[in-house]
Ligand binder design. Structure first.
Ligand code: NDP
Length: 477
C-alpha cells in the first residue's frame, strides 16, 4: 500500500480534486464505478503526480496506507450510500471515510452515526468553488472527529485556496458541521446573487442604462468595499455580447432562474431552527417566481406595466451611489442572517463552530469570496459572541452611512413597480430588529383572544390570559 489518500468518483469534481492532490505531492489512489474515467484520468494527467489506479473497490482500498482516508466524490444522495455500503466491509477500524459531495447535513449526521458502529471515522466535508476550485484550490469545510482532522487537515490545507498565507480550510466541527456550513454558504450565495441582480435591474430601468454601461458601474464598484468574485463576474456577463445575434448576452437568456436545491435546504432548515434568514429566503423564492412563466403571463395580461424607463435618471450619479450603498447594506444583512443561522445550528447540534474562522476560509476558493469577509472575521475576532453582525462597529458605520440611500432606493423602486424583494426585505429586517416596540404585542393579544395562548406582560412576571368572551378580566395562567 503506497497511497496517502484515495478518491472514488472521478467525474469533474473528483477528477480535479485528485489532480490537485497529486500536484501537491500526495500519492493518490483513484477509482470510479465505470473504469473508463479512471483510465482517462491517468492517461491525460498521470504526469502531474503519482496516481495509483484501481478498477475494483477492493484493490483501491488495498492500495491505501493505514489509517486509510477515502474521499467519496459521487452524485450526492443514494450513490453516496451505495459507495459507503461497498466500502464498509473493505475498511478496517480507524479508517476514515470522507464525503466531499453536496450532502444534506442530516444525511451526514446519519452516516457518521452508522460508520461509528463499524469503528470508522466519517468526515462530511463541504467543498466549494466548482470544478475550477477543486483543481486550483477550493474552500474546504471538513466536519467529523478531531481524530480524522489530524490526518485530513494537513492534506486538505495543502490543496485548499490560500489567502495571505492562510489556507481556506479549517476543522468546522463534529459530524454534520462541515456540510451545514457549506449549505449556509450556498444560501448566502443565493442572496448575494439576487441582490446583484436587483441592483442591475434598478440601474437598467432607473437610468435606462445599457448592460455594457452597467458592466462599467460594477467594474468601478469592484474597486471598493464591494470587491468580490461575484461583482467581478457580473461585469463580465453584462459586457458579453451574444455571438449569434449581436445583442447583449443578458437580453437573450431566458429570465427563469434554476436551482439545484441547496437554497431550499437552507431555508427549510432555517424554518426548523427559527432563524429569520429573509435575504436567502427571498432570493430562493425570487428564483421560483421567475420560473412560473404561466402565472407571470396571466398577471401581465391583467396588470399591464408601462415598463417606465429612466425613472431615476434626474440625478444619475446620486442614484448609482444610492444603489451601491443599498446593495452593501442589504449584503451586510444577508450575511448577518447567514451567520445567525450558523450560530443556531451550532447551538442546536453542539458543534461549537468558530464563525470568524468560517469567514476566513470563504475568502478564497469559493463563489462568495470577497474583501468584505475580512471585516466579518475582524468583527468575530473582536467579539466571538457578537449577538448580530449588524452590531459590530464596522457594520454599524457601513449600514448607518447607507441607510438613507437604502430607503430611497426601496421607496423609489416600489413607486416605479420594480421588484426588489431582497433589498426591501433586508431593510424591513433591519428596521424590525431596531424598532423599540413591535406589533408582535398585538399578535400575542390575538392569539390569546382566539386560542387562549396566553401572553407575557411588560410590567410583571408570569403568563396571563384574558377572559375575552365574558368580562375581559385577566387571570394568571
Ligand atoms: P456528478 O454529481 O455528476 O456524479 C457523477 C459521479 O458519481 C460519477 O463518478 C459516477 O460514476 C458516480 N456515481 C453515480 N452513481 C453512482 C453509484 N450508484 N455508485 C457509484 N458511483 C456512482 O459529479 P460531479 O463531479 O459534478 O459532482 C460530484 C459531487 O460533488 C456531487 O455530490 C456534487 O453535488 C458535488 N459538488 C459539485 C460541484 C460542481 O460544481 N459540480 C461543486 C461542489 C460539489 P460513473 O462514472 O460510473 O457513472
Amino acid at each position: 500500500a503506497t497511497a496517502d489518500i484515495g478518491v472514488t468518483g472521478l467525474a469533474v469534481m473528483g477528477r480535479n480534486l485528485a489532480r490537485n492532490l497529486a500536484r501537491h505531492g500526495h500519492t493518490v489512489a483513484v477509482h470510479n464505478r465505470s473504469p473508463e474515467k479512471t483510465h482517462s484520468l491517468v492517461t491525460d494527467h498521470g504526469y502531474e503526480g503519482t496516481f495509483v489506479a484501481s478498477e475494483s473497490m477492493a484493490d483501491f482500498v488495498q492500495s491505501l496506507k493505514r489509517p486509510r482516508a477515502v474521499i467519496i466524490m459521487v452524485k450526492a444522495g443514494k450513490a453516496t450510500d451505495a459507495v459507503i455500503d461497498e466500502l464498509i466491509p473493505l475498511l478496517e477500524e480507524g479508517d476514515i471515510v470522507v464525503d466531499c459531495g453536496n450532502a444534506h447535513f442530516a444525511d451526514t449526521r446519519r452516516r457518521e452515526e452508522a460508520l461509528k458502529e463499524h469503528g470508522l471515522h466519517f468526515s462530511g466535508t463541504g467543498v466549494s468553488g466548482g470544478e475550477e476550485g477543486a483543481l486550483n484550490g477550493p474552500s474546504i469545510m471538513p466536519g467529523g472527529s478531531e481524530h480524522s482532522y489530524e490526518k485530513l487537515g494537513p492534506i486538505f490545507e495543502s490543496i485548499a485556496a490560500n489567502v495571505d498565507g492562510t489556507p481556506c480550510c479549517f476543522h468546522v466541527g463534529p459530524d454534520g458541521a462541515g456540510h451545514f456550513v457549506k449549505m449556509v454558504h450556498n444560501g448566502i450565495e443565493y442572496a448575494d446573487m439576487q441582490l446583484i441582480a436587483e441592483a442591475y435591474d434598478l440601474l437598467r430601468s432607473g437610468l435606462d442604462a445599457t448592460p455594457a454601461q452597467i458592466a462599467d458601474i460594477f467594474r468601478e464598484w469592484n474597486r471598493g468595499s464591494l470587491e468580490s468574485f461575484l461583482i467581478e463576474i457580473t461585469a463580465d456577463v453584462l459586457s458579453h455580447v451574444d455571438g449569434r445575434t449581436g445583442r447583449p448576452f443578458v437580453d437573450i437568456v431566458l429570465d427563469q432562474a434554476e436551482q439545484k436545491g441547496t437554497g431550499r435546504w437552507t431555508v427549510q432548515t432555517a424554518l426548523d431552527l427559527g432563524v429569520p434568514i429573509t435575504g436567502i429566503a427571498e432570493a430562493t423564492f425570487a428564483r421560483s417566481l421567475s420560473g412560473h412563466a404561466e402565472q407571470r403571463e396571466a398577471a401581465r395580461e391583467v396588470f399591464p406595466t408601462t415598463n417606465e424607463l429612466a425613472w431615476a435618471a434626474d440625478d444619475r450619479e446620486g442614484f448609482i451611489e444610492d444603489v451601491r450603498k443599498a446593495l452593501y447594506a442589504s449584503k451586510v444583512v444577508a450575511y448577518a442572517q447567514g451567520y445567525d443561522m450558523i450560530k443556531a445550528g451550532s447551538d442546536e447540534y453542539g458543534w461549537d463552530i468558530d464563525r470568524g474562522a468560517t469567514a476566513t476560509i470563504w475568502r478564497g476558493g469559493c463563489i462568495i469570496r470577497a474583501r468584505f469577509l475580512d471585516r466579518i472575521r475582524e468583527a468575530y475576532d473582536e467579539n466571538p459572541e457578537l449577538p448580530t453582525l449588524l452590531a459590530s462597529p464596522y457594520f454599524v458605520k457601513a449600514v448607518s452611512d447607507g441607510v438613507d440611500s437604502w430607503r430611497r432606493v426601496v421607496g423609489d423602486s416600489a413607486r416605479a413597480g420594480v421588484p426588489t424583494p431582497a433589498f426591501s426585505s433586508s431593510l424591513a429586517y433591519f428596521d424590525g430588529l431596531r424598532r423599540r416596540r413591535l406589533p408582535a404585542a398585538l399578535i400575542q393579544g390575538l392569539r390569546d383572544n382566539f386560542g387562549a395562548h396566553t401572553y407575557l406582560r411588560t410590567d410583571t412576571e408570569g403568563a396571563f390570559h384574558t377572559l375575552w368572551g365574558s368580562d375581559k378580566t385577566e387571570h394568571k395562567a
